[in-house]
Design a protein around this ligand. Structure first.
Ligand code: PLP
Length: 406
């Protein structure tokens, strides 16, 4: 194997933890990733040596802090291959980024305009559009799911109409692992004159994302899922579009001038960054992506795929297991149920054996409705996981199933 997993694991102090008498087996990477030492150190260094508010001070610390924050923006620009650093907007995360777009882009929408999403979206890519249905009378349409967890893209021509102003679609499903062919979808949408927002919450930690190659208009992701801190994320947008969009929140930093009568707005990226941001979060997100750029993402993908195939094969040895999400192109996510056992009971017994998985609807209730199930048990892998951990997970799962008497 070209991949030195044990060396990578050494960089993650939390992976050495115990849960009671069991070693931690962390298989909840879809919810959040663990953090390498360099990210943890960067946060500590910031508070010990650099803390000051940015963009406003002429003093030493403020300049250092501002420089490092703007340096992080450039790292992120380069990681995504965006054309300009001002196309990178710091947000609180994916949810915040989508809400920013819904609020801002939403101001330009009129009654009857359509936003096209899919049946596999996370709630954060459904609810903001529902809110616009209430506020503006827009129409939300859905690309339907197929039984195997892929999207039925044969419907796309019919669903894209002259009123479809935006297509907002997840790259990778957090519940099913499906990798959507977004490049083709973007191309189709553009032929229709429709802008495209990509939810990349489950992407960068597993695969290379190049916004110019994809030609997406907007893209969002969360820092905490890509080995960075919580409370920070990114909205990428093409310069021209971001310039057309009205600001989202008003306050400090996003203004050029304020008089008693009126406000003029700042240039990109500041127009969308009102108030004091998560400064250390932005800087440490830069560190996380710098760290990630040290890996060959094709190797990461290949290794994670190996983990997925192995886990899929092993879990099928357990009687009564049904897997949800069997797309041809699939990320390392295993969503499943065991016949006649509630997912929560399995999750609890796995936890008692040190295995961290997620149970429930994973903020994708329409997917659960599609399969007529209340939720699933989800094991989601990262490239610091190992086959030995999968073996331990399967042993723990078999024990749980035996105890619960399926
Ligand atoms: N979209 C997808 C596909 C996700 O997996 C998640 C989180 O699980 C989100 C959006 C929301 O991300 P956050 O809670 O970091 O804003």
């Amino acid at each position: 194997m070209i991949f030195e997993v044990e060396k990578i694991r050494e960089e993650f102090p939390i992976l050495k933890s115990q849960v009671g008498k069991y070693p931690l087996i962390y298989l909840d990477n879809g919810a959040t990733s663990e953090k390498p030492q360099c990210v943890i150190d960067r946060i500590q260094k910031y508070y010990e040596e650099e803390n000051a508010n940015i963009h406003r001070g002429v003093h030493h610390l403020s300049q250092i802090s501002t420089d490092n924050y703007e340096k992080a923006r450039k790292i992120i620009q380069s990681y995504l291959n965006a054309r300009f650093d001002h196309e990178i907007i710091f947000t609180k995360g994916t949810t915040d980024g989508i809400n920013l777009v819904a609020s801002s882009f939403g101001k330009l929408l009129k009654e009857g305009d359509e936003v096209l999403i899919t049946e596999m979206e996370h709630h954060s890519n459904i609810v903001p559009w529902h809110m616009l249905v209430e506020e503006k009378g827009i129409v939300v349409k859905y690309i339907p799911l197929k039984q195997n967890g892929e999207l039925d893209l044969s419907t796309l021509d019919e669903l894209l109409t002259d009123r479809t102003k935006l297509l907002s679609i997840t790259h990778i499903s957090n519940s099913l692992g499906t990798i959507n062919p977004i490049k083709e979808v973007i191309e189709k949408a553009h032929q229709n004159g429709t802008k495209v927002l990509i939810d990349a919450a489950q992407s960068l930690q597993h695969t290379k994302v190049d916004v110019q190659e994809l030609d997406c208009d907007l893209l969002v992701f969360s820092g905490h899922k890509v080995f960075g801190p919580t409370g920070v994320g990114i909205l990428y947008g093409k310069e021209e579009l971001l310039n057309e969009l009205p600001p989202y929140q008003g306050g400090g930093d996003m203004i050029k001038t304020v008089s008693m009568e009126r406000t003029t707005y700042n240039d990109l990226p500041h127009k969308f960054e009102a108030g004091t941001p998560n400064i250390v979060g932005g800087i440490a997100l830069g560190t996380a992506l710098e760290w990630l750029s040290g890996f060959d993402m094709e190797q990461v993908e290949a290794y994670e795929h190996e983990l997925l195939l192995y886990a899929t094969k092993r879990i099928k040895e357990i009687e009564g297991v049904k897997i949800y999400g069997e797309a041809e192109h699939k990320s390392a996510v295993l969503s499943f149920l065991v016949e006649n056992i509630h997912p929560y009971d399995i999750g609890t017994l796995l936890n008692q054996q040190g295995v961290a998985v997620r149970t429930g609807h994973h903020c994708t209730q329409p997917i659960m409705d599609f399969y007529s199930i209340p939720g699933t048990i989800r094991a989601s892998f990262s490239f610091y996981n190992t086959k030995e951990e999968i073996d331990q997970f399967i042993t723990a799962l078999q024990k749980a199933v035996n105890m619960l008497g399926a």
